[in-house]
Design a protein around this ligand. Sequence first.
Ligand SMILES: Nc1nc2c(ncn2[C@@H]2O[C@H](COP(=O)(O)OP(=O)(O)OP(=O)(O)O)[C@@H](O)[C@H]2O)c(=O)[nH]1
Ligand SMILES: [Mg+2]
Length: 313
Amino acid sequence: MSGAELGARLRERDLTAAPAALNLLENRLRRDEIAALLAEVAPARLGGEAPAHVVGVTGPPGAGKSTLLSALTRAWRSGGRTVGVLAVDPTSKRSGGALLGDRARIDADPADRGLFIRSTAAGERLGGLAPATRAAAQALAAAFDVVVIETVGVGQSETEVAEAADTVAVVVQPGSGDVLQFLKAGIMEVPDVLVVTKSDLGQVAMRARRDLQSALRALGERDVPVVAVSSLPPPSGIDDLVAALDAHRDRLDLAVVRTRARRLGALADFVAEHGERGLRALGGRRTAERWLSEQEPGLDEPALLRALEARID
Ligand SMILES: Nc1nc2c(ncn2[C@@H]2O[C@H](COP(=O)(O)OP(=O)(O)OP(=O)(O)O)[C@@H](O)[C@H]2O)c(=O)[nH]1
Ligand SMILES: [Mg+2]
């Protein structure tokens, strides 16, 4: 099936098109077909931004992201929302992956047609998003109610997720100080929602929550919620997290956020394709960003990439 047909099916919210669409988007050799797919789900064709809530979930290895997503997905599904999950799996020789022997997979009902999960290997990447993951999020956002991008890491990696997602949740497990230190040191951008996992561990989880709250207060970030959850049955705090994510989304100017995502995504695609040399040919990152900010807001990412490339020809 062609990219345009798959895009049209997603636009009509046909969830069964998701697997084939993802196969196409992951095939870098089919750039024109990918562009055709994304054009079908671009704001111009949809008559506005894609309706999904795109949620980034990121955090250190073993923090409990996958287990949390099992519980979150269940909550969203029982609330009647369809969910697409893009899990960027760090399992590779390079990054070591699975630092803990006991990593969990997202646990889901295989017969549920309202839920789609795709894991992709992060490969050589340590943090950051593959162009295919951004494209997949844009495509699925036309069809699903919620689209999740799950990545491993802390520091640099959540910046790219923040560019691609409407709402970013950083997941922290009790007793691990790295997120707290990165926040305090300003190394890490303040996420939209902080999640302390494993609250069934008791005191240590409550302390982690308090420490994060006071670090946020010190940074003047009073509006960032810190939600404590336990994802193991019986789960707790999951409904609070759903509410915190929804509240953030309700405050957003979606057109602004999505336009920025497409522009920064196009620039990232450009750098992936043409390297730092290409970026210099554009006059540097700042100049390229300024130029992008003057383009038509509704243009999809492949169209913006083509426009950038036309400038260096
Ligand atoms: N006690 C407790 N353990 C949990 C909870 N959530 C996750 N775990 C455990 O923490 C370990 C890691 O959980 P995962 O969900 O695999 O964590 P992850 O962040 O996805 O890990 P990576 O994919 O390796 O980055 C597993 O042994 C889980 O069973 C929780 O709420 N309470
Ligand atoms: Mg995981």
